[in-house]
Design a protein around this ligand. Structure first.
Ligand SMILES: NC(=O)c1ccc[n+]([C@@H]2O[C@H](COP(=O)([O-])OP(=O)(O)OC[C@H]3O[C@@H](n4cnc5c(N)ncnc54)[C@H](OP(=O)(O)O)[C@@H]3O)[C@@H](O)[C@H]2O)c1
Length: 262
């Protein structure tokens, strides 16, 4: 039985992973971005007979992150994420900063905090939920893609550093292709916010919207069990891998596109 803390667990992958890990007998601490999401998550999981601890942890807030120090965490799942897209030619730099705060700086601060305990014990795992967007750049995919590139690069380097001094402390990355959690629909819509009357891209907006529709229709089909399995496998393994990729089509797509230099 492990003590597992998950961020962004009010919805999507975080919630699904919290439920699955609790069903497997782990002590799960499911944290939410917003205070008002605590009660519904507690009620839903209690109705399943699960005893999951829930509290608010906005990864960008020091006072919230500090709450994690009260727990003897074995596994940290950095799942919280913010999806913001657009062209770097037009997205305000403050918006890029905000995306980095949520997707990179907050998780790194929390990781440093939780690692103190894990390093003391010389055993434990930190998991970062990254994305195919952090391996292959896509048009209008930033700042989201930049944050996931940064997260994946940082996590992979951290793993090598930690392994030099603690063989049983692991850092893993879970790279996901698109799933229908509602995250992509919201994120795709953000790219048009920065395209005003003078936008360089005004003439192609209708085409971009058609492409979005097609992609969203396609990802409706994916169920998230493969991804949840990756989180469970990484959390439970004695020697978790550096990378887990889901769905399987994403793993193949990364290899093919890299082979063609995309
Ligand atoms: N769905 C996909 O296709 C996909 C693909 C690749 C990677 N991912 C990654 O998977 C992770 C989970 O995404 P999901 O698809 O499950 O979407 P989701 O349900 O929207 O999950 C994201 C969670 O992060 C929370 N969050 C946002 N800002 C936060 C903050 N400052 N502090 C703490 N929590 C915060 C959100 O809470 P609020 O809604 O209350 O803000 C939400 O519960 C994200 O890191 C995402 O980048 C998703």
């Amino acid at each position: 039985m492990k003590t597992i803390l998950i961020t962004g667990a009010a919805s999507g992958f975080g919630k699904a992973a919290a439920i699955e890990l609790a069903k497997k007998g782990h002590k799960v601490i499911a944290t939410t971005h917003k205070q008002e999401d605590i009660a519904p998550l507690k009620a839903e999981t209690a109705a399943m007979g699960l005893n999951i601890e829930v509290f608010k942890l906005d990864v960008t807030m020091e006072i919230d992150r500090a709450k994690a120090e009260a727990y003897d965490v074995d596994v940290l799942v950095n799942n919280a994420g913010l999806g913001i897209m657009g062209s770097l030619a037009e997205v305000p730099v403050d918006v890029v900063r905000k995306a980095f705060e949520v997707n990179v700086f907050g998780p790194m601060e929390l990781t440093k905090l939780v690692l103190k305990n894990i390093m003391r014990k010389q055993r434990g795992t930190v998991i970062f939920i990254s994305s195919v967007a952090g391996r292959l750049p896509g048009a209008f995919g930033n700042p989201y893609g930049m944050t996931k590139f940064a997260l994946s690069a940082g996590a992979a380097a951290l793993r090598k550093e930690i392994h030099q001094v603690a063989k049983n402390v692991h850092i893993s990355i879970i790279e996901l292709g698109p799933y229908d959690t509602g995250f992509n629909k919201k994120m795709f819509a953000t790219k048009y916010q920065w395209m005003g009357e003078d936008s360089y891209f005004k003439s192609i907006i209708p085409d971009l919207k058609k492409q979005d529709e097609m992609v969203l229709k396609h990802i409706e089909k994916d169920d998230i069990s493969g991804l949840v399995k990756c989180i469970v496998d990484a959390a439970e393994a004695n020697k978790p891998k550096l990378r887990y990729v889901a769905p399987i089509t994403t793993s193949a797509a990364i290899k093919v596109m890299r082979a063609f230099g995309v």
